[in-house]
Each structure stands twice: as structure tokens, then as C-alpha cells.
Design a binder for this molecule. Structure first.
Ligand code: SR1
Ligand code: MG
Length: 399
């Protein structure tokens, strides 16, 4: 492996031409760096009639530099996960055209006709199929990579293939440790510091978070995306694409489902302080809660149908077992969603839904609301019995 960044546009073009036949020889190709993520370099390569996207991983985190080293095996994992997801949920992922370990880079379909879900949320774009699409994506990818579907040997080999320690460690720290202590990586609105300090002194909460952390570290249930926040989703009104599975590994299904639900609720928190009329905000908040219900219901219905249709595992294919599994999975989902809500509010990696609220007082109100919601979700995950019950908790929480 070269471990070096593409030197210039010509190197990116040469990479695409060497590894794909997407462009004819006489097509003039233009390169534009488009990545605004934290970790990698992303380029769009545009010809006369079509374009592709190139993603390159370097052995460190882009926004930090060489002080935070990170294995480039993550790009191999991401390429393979995109291919696996494409087998089971082809509508919901960009096509992978080529991967090269030599350059630690791959070429994929350009989904530039979609917009990032984070910004669609902030601008309150109508997304009538969002929850349905994400529920379906989750059901297909999680079922087909789990013991419900795979034979005992394929499953264990897959667990080994997707060992991803460096990226898991980021999550172990940023979700389950930093926000619950005065960590230097945290980024805290000074007006919210007393609320953050209250969490640091909340022993039952810290124990509950540690239980979730242990589950994250010790439950190789399915090949999970591992970073399914709104920034990893691109949308049009009629289409949804999930990208960026570099954090993927064999982990708890509830972590992915919880990330989706956590991000719907984070945008709910942001809506209070974002520009717009009260009516516009309340309408969009109602839409977000509706998508919480739809996402879970579609996920559950499709997963259980897949168990009936395709699972021949002698014990787990029992429908009574599968239904009991769903109950447990829901409770874990609520807990993981709560950790996403808290870590995006006072941890290292914030979200624009809240951070773009210019008035610091208004932002603090959304942040305090989010912290209170996340705390309730984590502590009461075993009593919040359904998405409707979760929505009732959100609606009852004073702003
Ligand atoms: C240093 S990485 C910070 C965050 O960005 C990624 O997208 C993950 O969400 C990670 O937690
Ligand atoms: Mg990412």
C-alpha cells in the first residue's frame, strides 16, 4: 500500500481510468474535492455525460492529522460492506465500481442528485419515504448478515473478516465515555455545562451507559453499518441511499436502528431553535416522530417476514422466539438511540441541526432538551415499550 494522498487531480483521474471503464479515452475529466466529513478524502470526477466519486482513506483522521492514526483497513471494510449491502438492499446504497488496496481508495456511483439528510432535515424537506426506506434497509442488511440467515461457519468467518478495532474504539470512546466525564475532546456550550456536569455525577446513568457499551463491544449479531447518522444518508423525495459504512463490524443490531432513531430525535431537538414559524416547526417535528414509528414498524415487519421465509436455523426461526427477540431489540434500540442523542450534544462530533442555531441561549435550550431526552431514553429503555411510547416521552418533555 502506498499510504499517500493522491498527489493532484491527474492522479485521481488516472486512478479512475485504471480501475474502471466509466469514461471514454477522449472524455475530459474534471476533479473536485467534495468531502466535508471528518475522516477521509472524497472527490467527484466528472466527464461530459457522467460522473463518479472517489474515496481515499489515509492512515490518520483527516480533520486531526497524523496525531490520530487510523488503520486504512477501514477502506477495505467499507468497500466490502457496500458490496454486501448491495446484495441485499441494492436500492439503498451507491454502486461500487472498483476498489484498490494499493491506493487505499475506491470508485463508486455519484449520488449527487441526492442531498445529505442532515441538511434536508434542517431545511424541512418533505421525505415521505424516509422511515420506510431506512426500515427496509436495516431489515435486509441486518437479517442477511446474522445467524437468522447465515450458516454457523459463514457467520463466524464474516465476524473475523470485519474486525475493525480502530473505528470501534472511536465509538467506544465518543459514545460511551467522553460525554460522561470532563473529557478534553468534548465540545460543550458554556450555557449547558451545568447540565453536562449533572450527567457526569449521575451514577445510575453512567452504569446504564456502561451496560450499553459492553453490549456494543460484545454482541456480534450482524454486520452493522456502525455510523448510521443523518450525515451518512443521502435523500431525494423518492430515494434513500446509505453511505460511509467504514465503522462497520459485527455488532448489535440495535446500534444501527438506534442511530437512525436518535438522529430523528436530534433533529426534533434542533427544530425548536431553527428559523421558521412555530407551525412549520411543529409540523416537521410531527413528521419526524411519524418516521420513528414507520422506521421501526417497517423494520420489524420485514425482519419477521424474512425469518419466516428464509431462516432455517432450528431454534431462532421459531416465530415465538423471533417475536421475543424483537421486544428485546426494541429496548436496546432505545438505549443506543439515547447515547447518540447525548454524544452529539456535548461530545466531540456535533450536528448542524443544533449547532447551526445561532442564538446561544436558544441553542442551549435545544441542547438541554436533548440531554434530558437522551438520559430518559437510556435509563428507561426497558420500560419504553414501543415507538409510540418513545414519542410520548419526547412530547411530554418540557422545552
Ligand atoms: C473523529 S470521528 C467523529 C465522528 O465522525 C464519524 O462520522 C463518527 O460518527 C465519529 O463518531
Ligand atoms: Mg462518516
Amino acid at each position: 500500500m502506498t499510504y499517500s494522498k493522491f498527489e493532484d487531480d491527474a492522479a485521481v483521474v488516472a486512478f479512475v481510468r485504471t480501475h474502471t471503464d466509466q469514461f471514454s479515452d477522449d472524455d475530459v475529466l474534471l476533479v473536485e474535492e467534495i468531502g466535508d466529513g471528518n475522516i477521509n478524502y472524497i472527490y467527484r470526477v466528472k466527464g461530459e455525460d457522467s460522473s463518479v466519486v472517489v474515496k481515499q482513506a489515509l492512515p490518520y483522521i483527516r480533520i486531526i492529522g497524523t496525531d490520530w492514526p487510523l488503520s486504512i483497513d477501514r477502506i477495505r471494510i467499507e468497500a466490502q460492506v457496500l458490496q454486501t449491502e448491495a446484495m441485499w438492499a441494492p436500492k439503498f446504497v451507491p454502486k461500487m465500481y472498483a476498489f484498490s488496496a494499493e491506493e487505499s481508495a475506491f470508485v463508486m456511483e455519484d449520488i449527487g442528485d441526492h442531498e445529505n439528510l442532515r441538511f434536508a432535515f434542517i431545511e424541512r424537506h418533505p421525505l415521505p419515504l424516509l422511515g420506510e426506506h431506512l426500515g427496509r434497509f436495516l431489515a435486509e442488511t441486518l437479517f442477511h448478515t446474522s445467524d437468522f440467515y447465515l450458516d454457523y461457519e459463514s457467520k463466524k468467518r464474516a465476524v473475523a473478516n470485519y474486525i475493525n478495532p480502530g473505528l470501534c474504539k472511536i465509538t467506544e470512546d465518543l459514545f460511551f465515555w467522553d460525554p460522561y466525564c470532563d473529557h478534553e475532546r468534548n465540545s460543550i456550550n458554556p450555557l449547558v455545562r451545568p447540565a453536562a456536569e449533572a450527567l457526569w455525577n449521575d451514577k445510575p446513568l453512567k452504569i446504564a451507559v456502561t451496560i450499553l457499551k459492553r453490549q456494543f463491544m460484545n454482541c456480534p449479531e450482524a454486520l452493522i453499518h456502525g455510523d448510521l447518522h443523518a450525515g451518512s444518508v443521502f435523500v431525494r423525495a423518492d430515494s434513500t441511499k446509505v453511505i460511509d459504512p467504514e465503522f462497520a463490524f459485527y455488532g448489535p443490531m440495535a446500534f444501527d436502528i438506534g442511530s437512525v432513531i436518535g438522529n430523528l430525535l436530534l433533529d426534533f431537538a434542533g427544530q425548536f431553535g431553527l428559523p421558521g414559524s412555530v407551525q412549520e416547526k411543529e409540523d416537521y417535528q410531527a413528521f419526524l416522530l411519524g418516521e420513528v414509528v414507520t422506521c421501526w414498524t417497517v423494520f420489524k415487519t420485514r425482519f419477521l417476514a424474512l425469518v419466516t421465509e428464509k431462516s432455517d436455523e432450528p431454534t431462532m426461526s421459531d416465530s415465538d422466539y423471533a417475536n421475543a427477540f424483537m421486544v428485546q431489540l426494541w429496548h436496546e434500540t432505545v438505549g443506543f438511540a439515547g447515547t447518540e442523542v447525548i454524544r452529539r450534544t456535548i461530545g466531540l462530533a456535533h450536528i448542524a441541526d443544533i449547532d447551526s442555531i445561532e442564538d446561544i441561549e436558544l441553542r442551549a435550550k435545544s441542547e438541554r432538551w436533548a440531554l434530558a431526552l437522551g438520559r430518559e431514553m437510556i435509563l428507561n429503555r426497558d420500560v419504553i415499550s414501543s415507538p409510540e411510547a418513545l414519542n410520548a416521552v419526547a412530547l411530554a418533555l418540557p422545552y
